[in-house]
Design a protein around this ligand. Sequence first.
Ligand code: ATP
Length: 238
Amino acid sequence: MSHLLKLDSLEAGYGHLQVLRQISLHVDEGEIVALIGANGAGKSTTLNTICGVVPPTGGRVLFRGGEITNHPVQEIVGLGITQIPEGRKLFNEMTARENLEMGAFLRNDKEAIEKDIDSMFERFPILGERRSQRAGSLSGGEQQMLAITRGLMARPKLLLLDEPSLGLAPILVSEIFEIIQEINKQGTTILLVEQNALMALRIAHRGYVIATGRLMLEGTGKELLADENVRKTYLGEE
Ligand code: ATP
């Protein structure tokens, strides 16, 4: 069986700056896979290259067995890959509900969209209560929740999550990670980029460690949590 997502010796960068070097990894259907690494290691660039925002300079991206390297972003979204970018990037002047509508912009099944919006508000009652509130006026945790649910409105097969815990208070971080696990249990495969390696590896089936654009280690979440190098470098242990 082919992998849901496969990166084959992927290379990418910005102008003369090469960031990704020979990145090969895969994500199977049903998994949560964590990509961890320090600031500037190339985690966001990896996600941006998968979804077509950053053009690769080498290698291939395969989704459900077909090559999507250099395909336009909209086409990649249409195939079932949605990215929740770092920093949420909500439409701040629009309401929570309007943001969810925007998440479904490639769909034209109006009735099903309405149903999906209702079910998001049922699953996340805090958002339901705030449906008519401007997104920019929501709390950090609520905004992150809205960004994730907006991404789900595209009904993706694969969700690319970039630093969902960034800037959140510890209690909200736990809540967001619970939500990620729940979304996964309901059938969405997840590639999760995080600086919070501990939380990410705790919920991940498998993980990869990236440093200066190269993959250094891979294993199950448990294996990586137990790895001495990971503990010292990414979990802050002596
Ligand atoms: P962080 O957690 O800090 O976002 P990261 O692992 O996601 O780190 P990237 O954002 O992928 O790292 O950045 C990798 C390198 O590419 C860094 O040196 C960064 O400065 C550079 N970079 C990222 N985006 C751009 C851009 N748009 N133009 C030029 N250089 C960039």
